[in-house]
Design a protein around this ligand. Structure first.
Ligand code: GDD
Ligand code: MN
Length: 389
């Protein structure tokens, strides 16, 4: 168990301590939302730079931390004990940059909301200009862009730049044509925009800005301001190959999410691969090495189920990934659920077949019923409990 600590020093009852009678102050004008995962070493520096950049502005910063193992949240709370403009939102058993930003924005009452990374790659000195532009020009959102004149990508190597460009191209149909940097994670919006889009947001993966533009029912009035994307200050990037999968899920959700839950699509894609794997193993076991058909079938089922479970855990449910003993417990509940699903599948197919339905149709109906069952039951029993990251 990792402790959730606050300094005892200020918690001691001491009527003489002026902190026990702090004056009531009006809320901030600007909230800076900073999603963090293992950014402990960057926290003090970021606060220092915000303080310098935002002199004269009533601001607050909300760090949304997903229970980072490096105890980023403790570092934030330590800073918050010294500075009431600093706040910590610690989420347990959850992961995700976009959803962290959404919850951070919802946690603030400020009329202007900015989102920026916690690793100092985004230039905090742009914030006053963003605020000024947003205030004076009747805009909904101001975006920090690496691709308008004056902006740059010093902090990206050639391969990251290529991937970013490709992702931008793939996302084009969801954002206004004139938006140059839809992959930006650095922007500021008026709080009125939030309730308009909040319930439509997918909240999947890294690309919250694209999500906002794609979720808005009306065209958002925006402007881009250039900034230089700097190299990371301390720590490591969390971008890995699974981020590509999450991006695909975000785009898919924007396309068909209204009709089918995107997790179900992901679950079914994984299931399709599992089925191919099953047939391959069965072929090798039964045809290749002459195992009994039933034994081969049992072996293939076991391996395919474990494969499905592991891949769904890593991709479909990446935001609630099970680890350690949780992984083992999850595997048991997955296997039990899917075994019942397999009976339902066979039962429905056999019943339809006995009623003179075409065998292919009967089989497909069985597979569909089995898939929906497996998805629904494992959603509730295997992946629905909050847990530690
Ligand atoms: N709460 C939370 N949960 N925060 C996260 C998570 C998560 O699962 N994953 C990453 N973060 C935080 C990081 O700690 C960091 O503050 C910020 O999100 C960006 O993560 P990086 O790992 O630094 O990502 P990057 O530098 O590769 O990507 C950034 O640049 C892209 C543009 O190329 C992000 O700003 C993207 O949003 C941006 O599009
Ligand atoms: Mn970064």
């Amino acid at each position: 168990m990792r402790p959730i600590t606050i300094s005892a020093e200020n918690a001691r009852i001491d009527p003489g301590n002026p902190r026990w009678s702090a004056p009531v102050a009006a809320g901030p004008v600007l909230a800076v939302i900073v999603p963090t995962f293992n950014e402990r070493a960057n926290v003090p520096e970021l606060i220092k730079r915000l303080d310098a950049a935002l002199a004269g502005v009533a601001w607050e910063v909300i760090f949304v931390d997903d229970d980072s193992p490096d105890l980023t949240a403790d570092a934030v709370r330590a800073a918050a004990q010294r500075d009431s403009r600093v706040r910590c939102l610690q989420r347990l058993g959850r992961r995700g940059l976009s959803s962290a930003c959404i919850e951070g924005m919802l946690a603030s009452a400020a009329p202007f909301l900015a989102v920026m990374d916690g690793d100092l790659q985004h230039d905090e000195r742009l914030l006053p200009a963003m605020l000024e532009t947003l205030r004076s020009d009747g805009l909904d959102i101001v975006v920090g862009s690496r691709y308008v004149a004056g902006g740059g990508t010093e902090g990206l190597d050639a391969s990251r730049l290529r991937i970013s460009r490709l992702a931008t191209r793939l996302g084009r149909r969801f954002v206004p044509e004139t938006l140059t940097d839809s992959m930006s994670g650095f922007f500021m919006l008026r709080r009125e925009v939030l309730p308009e889009v909040a319930r439509e947001l997918s909240g999947v993966g890294f690309k919250i800005l694209l999500d906002i533009f794609a979720s808005s029912k009306r065209p958002l009035r925006f402007r881009e301001l250039p900034y230089e994307f700097r190299p990371r200050h301390a720590g490591e990037s969390k971008l890995d190959s699974q981020v590509a999968w999450e991006y695909a899920m975000l785009l898919l959700d924007k396309l068909v999410g209204r009709y089918v839950p995107v997790r179900f699509i992901a679950f079914s894609i994984v299931g399709g691969f599992g089925m191919v794997l099953h047939l391959l193993i069965l072929t090798v076991a039964y045809q290749g090495i002459g195992m009994e058909f039933v034994t081969g079938q049992v072996v293939a089922t076991g391996i395919a189920m474990t494969f499905n479970y592991a891949v769904n855990n890593a991709l479909t449910y990446r935001d609630r990934r099970l680890k350690g003993w949780g992984w083992v417990r999850g595997w048991v509940s997955f296997v039990v659920s899917c075994s019942i699903g397999a009976f339902a599948n066979v039962g429905i197919a056999a019943w339809l077949f006995s009623r003179q339905y075409e065998w292919v149709l009967a089989a497909i109906a069985g597979i569909l019923v089995g898939a929906v069952w497996n998805y629904a039951v494992t959603f509730v029993y295997t992946w629905n409990k909050p847990r530690r990251a």
